[in-house]
Design a protein around this ligand. Structure first.
Ligand code: URA
Length: 429
């Protein structure tokens, strides 16, 4: 088999066989195919597409390019939750304790933030002492003992995706549904959980800007997961505005604590209960309404908060939640006219948080865990001149000034109250 022939076939709009896809994935991972040939094939896929069978074959091939985690050492029902990436998205840290409280085994591998979207691992590392690098046997033991552990992705999980994603990133071939779906699902399949719920974000802060493309992506990922023998559901949610009020690592941990103590942003709480109920209903075959009530009850009675503390301390995190203190300098963003907030562009809010030091522009950047943004007003809120819209936190005045300039382009104020978009669009099973 020759990579040249595979490129030519896809260039001419033909369907690739399982063997051809496997040849490309495995040989590229072993560095037997040059980047320029892999780029040409990715561009041909981007332009001519892949059908469902090709996408499933690509996913399976990337999943088995490295370690396939065998969760059979975990007793009970395993589940995983994945978000396609957003701004202020701390749902994993709320959903995992809720589901663990109800006996689901949440063995989760998460990523770091890159660009305007945050990552669960960075958020956890803002807790003093928290260890995200457990050995596999310790990871399994913790899940068996207390039903939950979250660690960073191991070096060898779907290495083909790592290489291919890096190439897509620099060859303008990221935004293709088959490529995104296979990239995300290869990691989820390799991570081993039997039940998988996806939070597919849609809007200004997400890969998918509209409901139609988010639905296509969600449907494709659900089909792939089912073909690979997993129970699947995907919830399509609004990422036009940041999720919750806090953006930035330590700030987001504080918001997690608030939600699990029956306080905080109502929409964030609602989404976490919906995601938890979806996990419980597909994993345990529970009626959705029953699952919703049980998930909500774990917040009301404080049992999910207790589970969060158990989980954090099991991974060496400080029991008192001495998260990294919020950065020493702050700047208030005030309304300069009366009216209603028309929209808050979450991508720009995420990029402003990066300028403050809360995220990375490149992989090697270090993070200021205390930096970030607290939003006091969001879309549809009424404001008067002088009201605080947000407070920015950073360690230097220069960072605050740069972020202020950008943040001020993220929102508009006008006389008419805009229509409120729902947070949750639909669930695909
Ligand atoms: N996240 C991934 O892991 N892969 C993509 O292709 C896009 C988002």
């Amino acid at each position: 088999m020759r990579i040249y022939d595979i490129i030519e076939k896809k260039r001419d709009g033909q369907k690739l066989t399982k063997e051809e896809i496997d040849f490309f994935v495995q040989e590229y991972t072993k560095e037997n195919i040059e980047d320029y040939q892999a780029s040409a094939l990715l561009m041909a896929i981007f332009i001519n597409g892949m059908d469902e069978e090709e996408t499933v074959n690509l996913t399976e091939s990337m999943a088995k390019s490295g370690d396939m985690l065998d969760l059979s050492a975990i007793d009970g029902i395993t589940a995983d939750k994945h978000s396609t990436g957003g701004v202020g998205d701390k749902t994993s840290l709320i959903v995992a304790p809720i589901c663990a409280t109800l006996g689901i085994k949440m063995a989760k591998m998460s990523g770091r933030g890159l660009g305007h979207t945050g990552g669960t691992i960075d958020k956890l590392e803002s807790i003093n002492g928290f260890n995200v690098s457990l050995k596999t046997e310790d990871f399994f033991k913790q899940v068996n003992d207390i039903c939950v552990s979250i660690i960073g992705q191991t070096g060898n999980l779907a290495p083909a995706d790592k290489k291919i994603y890096a190439l897509r990133d620099v060859t303008a071939t990221v935004d293709n549904i088959s490529l995104i779906a296979s990239s995300i699902m290869s990691k989820k399949i390799a991570a081993g959980a039997k039940n998988i719920v996806l939070d597919v974000k849609c809007g200004s802060g997400a890969f998918m800007k509209d409901k139609e493309s988010a639905t296509l992506l969600a449907e494709m990922m659900v089909k792939i997961g089912k073909k690979c023998g997993r129970n699947m559901a995907a919830v399509i949610t609004n990422m036009d505005i940041p999720l919750g009020s806090n953006v930035g690592n330590a700030l987001e941990i504080n918001e997690v604590i608030d939600i699990l103590n029956n306080k905080g942003d109502k929409q964030l709480r609602e989404l976490c209960i919906v995601l938890s109920a979806t996990i419980l209903s597909i994993s345990l075959d529970w009626d959705y309404e029953v699952a919703y009530k049980k998930a909500e009850q774990t917040i009301i009675d404080g049992s999910a908060y207790k589970k969060l503390i158990e989980f954090v301390t099991a991974q060496n995190g400080n029991e008192d939640f001495c998260v990294a203190p919020v950065s020493s300098k702050s700047l208030e963003i005030k309304a300069t006219k009366d009216g209603y907030i028309q929209s808050i562009n979450s991508r720009i809010v995420g990029e402003s948080a990066v300028l403050l030091g809360a995220g990375r522009e490149k992989k090697t950047d270090t993070i200021d865990y205390g930096a970030g943004i607290v939003l006091y007003k969001k879309t549809c809120d009424k404001v008067s001149v002088g009201d605080t819209i947000a407070i920015l936190y950073a360690e230097t005045d220069e960072r605050l000034k740069n972020a202020e300039k950008l943040f001020n382009t993220s929102y508009t104020i006008d006389d008419e109250k805009p229509e409120m978009k729902p947070l949750i669009y639909k669930t695909i099973r």
